[in-house]
Design a protein around this ligand. Structure first.
Ligand SMILES: NC(=O)c1ccc[n+]([C@@H]2O[C@H](COP(=O)([O-])OP(=O)(O)OC[C@H]3O[C@@H](n4cnc5c(N)ncnc54)[C@H](OP(=O)(O)O)[C@@H]3O)[C@@H](O)[C@H]2O)c1
Length: 277
């Protein structure tokens, strides 16, 4: 199994989980494989000769993408296409990771795989370009949309809240964006299983349940025993360069989609894992 973006938060867990599952894994961080370089991607895939490629490489700076959509698209759109084409060319399947930000958040109910996409931000458009570049090709190609990731290998909302919680008595957090917090330690095994099984099509795979960032912060402080109060605020009071969907809860309409544990369980496991680390 070849993993691109193997130095990232999700990529590290995918490598770890795939190895633990007994796969022979080649994990390539950005320094060893830049997915925007089509011939380098072809060479890397030919060298590794994998059964499947899991593409975890991405431009993930959501606000930064507003200022440089072309570069975000080069990585998230064209890069994803290079990975998928190289995998198909080598007879390998591909699992490509996408995002809830391909939706505009106005549906008012959980999103299923067949719902129409309408990204609000440059990042969302770049991720949609990646889905199209991967989805339009032949061979075993799967797109896995997930959301609000946290894991030990990277900067994430849980770490931000824990850091703020030790410095302040009160933290103001937006309550009008609702999504599915997802632990990478739960998502990674699902990706590995889909890759090993030659999955095709689009899957929604995220922590079960839903929360606002405010509710998520409250649960972080409660579960971690941090003496800090979360105070609810609004997106309007807390403007960011990139617009976010107000409601981007992901559920699956596919019977063969992996189901993850409730996001609160993922948080508890994550907190235990970082204490152990
Ligand atoms: N984080 C979330 O909340 C979230 C939510 C939904 C979906 N996703 C998706 O989940 C996937 C994994 O994201 P993550 O959270 O693990 O983010 P991450 O920690 O930023 O990992 C992405 C990795 O891709 C690497 N990368 C960037 N440009 C590259 C390039 N041109 N070639 C090869 N590698 C490159 C990055 O390297 P550098 O760090 O050196 O730039 C980083 O190691 C992405 O597809 C992301 O869109 C994330």
């Amino acid at each position: 199994m070849l993993v691109t973006g193997a130095g990232g938060m999700l990529g590290r867990d995918v490598v770890r989980v795939a190895e633990a599952a007994g796969h022979d894994v080649v994990g390539l961080p950005r320094a060893e494989l830049d997915v925007t370089d089509a011939s380098a991607v072809r060479r890397a895939v030919a060298d590794a000769s994998p059964g499947a490629v899991v593409n975890c490489a991405a431009w993930t700076d959501v606000d930064g993408a507003e200022a440089d959509e072309a570069e975000a698209t080069r990585v998230n759109g064209n890069g994803a296409g290079h990975v998928a084409a190289a995998a198909t060319g080598a007879g390998a399947g591909v699992v490509h990771v996408s995002s809830d930000y391909v939706f505009d958040g106005t549906k008012g109910a959980p999103y299923v795989e067949s719902d129409p996409t309408a990204p609000l931000s440059a990042y969302g458009r770049s991720k949609l370009a990646g889905e199209r570049a991967v989805g339009d090709g032949p061979g075993a190609r799967a797109i896995v949309r997930s959301s609000w990731l946290f894991g030990t290998g990277g900067r994430n909302f849980v770490e931000t809240m824990l850091a703020l919680g030790t410095e302040r008595d009160v933290v103001r957090v937006v309550g009008d964006q609702i999504g599915c917090p997802t632990y990478t330690g739960h998502l990674a095994p699902a990706l590995v299983a889909l890759a090993a099984g030659g999955a095709t099509g689009t899957f929604h795979v995220a922590g079960t349940g839903a929360a606002s960032w405010y509710a998520f912060a409250r649960e972080i402080f409660r579960a971690a025993g941090v003496d800090c109060r979360a105070e609810e605020t609004t997106t309007e009071e807390f403007p960011r360069p990139a617009p976010r969907p107000a409601f981007s809860v992901l559920v699956s309409q596919r019977r063969d989609a992996p189901r993850l544990a409730p996001w609160q369980d993922g948080l508890a496991e994550y907190l235990a894992e970082r204490v152990a680390a």
